[in-house]
Design a protein around this ligand. Structure first.
Ligand code: PMV
Length: 320
């Protein structure tokens, strides 16, 4: 028997950073996936291999490299819950660039946990997979907000205001539009960027408080417009949201060049997505204008990915 599970990456449309202080955010899944395959291993060992990192380990033998510790942690937890595990070959493969704000680590731990559970005969319930994945995420992020795990498991679009307030959002996505994810080429630590923003908040609490309230209004308005399917006005709100991200200090020349040029070339909305100070920019554009935007910004980025937002979350299949 062979088990294959895949989990999608994510993008944040509205509310990053503001969500850290309790404001609402909106995120969607995107059709970039991490896939985990589990198959029998006759010698009884548990062998793990990451194709994208070109690294692996044999469980229970020497300590794996740092990047692979989340996977070992999940195996430890499953073994504590279900006893000794059978021999298996586990292979993970990913289309999602790492350290960019596309949710690669959450999608990895979700597809991994679900595939191992299913292989040992335990049906992977969303709650069980979420718990295992969050434990693994703590090794990577310290204190993950949980938004990446929630969206990769559920898929679609979600409204998120902390782990206790997550709602699926029935966004009416239209094929007249497309979403571009554009890499700045600059990687950064989410934790450090969040710290910098919070320090600015401490220096100017009254001013920053007003900016955070405005961000909350943007997200609440965008939520309604997504349900209506008014993507032109959503694009405008993305631009306003980006202005607030500039004012809290997370823009850099690389993000601004991509955003200004995308808008100049006909995009409807463009903003930093995720922590900023590098990472990715998302650009909402009418399909008919896509080519002009892509052609015009290739001189600012060689990582332009067209994605489909709102795809299904975690999916598993078994091959006999
Ligand atoms: O890790 P990223 O780039 O997807 O950004 C996380 C979003 C923040 O709002 C900046 C932090 C958080 O914990 O929500």
């Amino acid at each position: 028997m062979k088990v294959c599970c895949r989990a999608p990456g994510k993008t944040i449309w509205f509310g990053e950073h503001f969500v850290v202080k309790g404001m609402p955010a909106i995120a969607s899944s995107v059709d970039l996936y991490v896939r985990t395959r589990v198959e029998p291993n006759k010698n009884g060992k548990i062998r793990f291999w990451s194709k994208s990192l070109e690294k692996g380990f044999v469980y229970g033998e020497k300590e794996p490299d740092k990047e692979l510790l989340p996977f070992k942690r999940i195996l430890d937890l499953i073994r504590e819950e279900h006893g000794e595990l059978p021999g298996m070959k586990i292979t993970i493969d990913s289309d999602i660039p790492i350290s960019y704000g596309l949710g690669s680590s959450a999608a990895s731990s979700i597809s991994f946990a679900a595939a191992v559970l299913k292989y040992i005969g335990v049906e992977p319930s969303p709650e069980h997979v979420r718990r295992l994945s969050l434990e693994a995420e703590k090794i990577v992020h310290g204190r993950p907000s949980g938004i990446d795990t929630a969206i990769s498991l559920r898929g679609g679009f979600i409204y998120y205001r902390g782990p206790e307030d997550i709602k699926p959002l029935n966004a009416r996505w239209s094929n007249e539009y497309t979403l571009l994810v554009i890499g700045t080429g600059v990687t950064r630590s989410t934790g450090l960027v969040v710290k910098k923003v919070l320090e600015r908040y401490e220096r100017f609490p009254n001013i920053m408080g007003k900016i955070y309230e405005a961000a909350s209004e943007i997200t609440m308005t965008a939520k309604e417009l997504m349900i209506e399917g008014d993507w032109i006005r959503i694009g405008e709100l993305m631009n306003i949201n980006h202005g607030l991200l500039v004012s809290i200090g997370v823009a850099i020349p690389e993000t601004e060049r991509i955003i200004h040029n995308s808008l100049r070339l006909g995009a409807i909305g463009a903003k930093i997505s995720g922590a900023g100070m590098g990472g990715i920019v998302i650009v909402l554009v009418k399909k008919k204008d896509k080519e002009a935007v892509v052609d015009g910004i290739t001189s600012f980025s060689n990582e332009i990915i067209e994605v489909e937002p709102g795809v299904a979350g975690l999916e598993c299949r078994v091959e006999e």
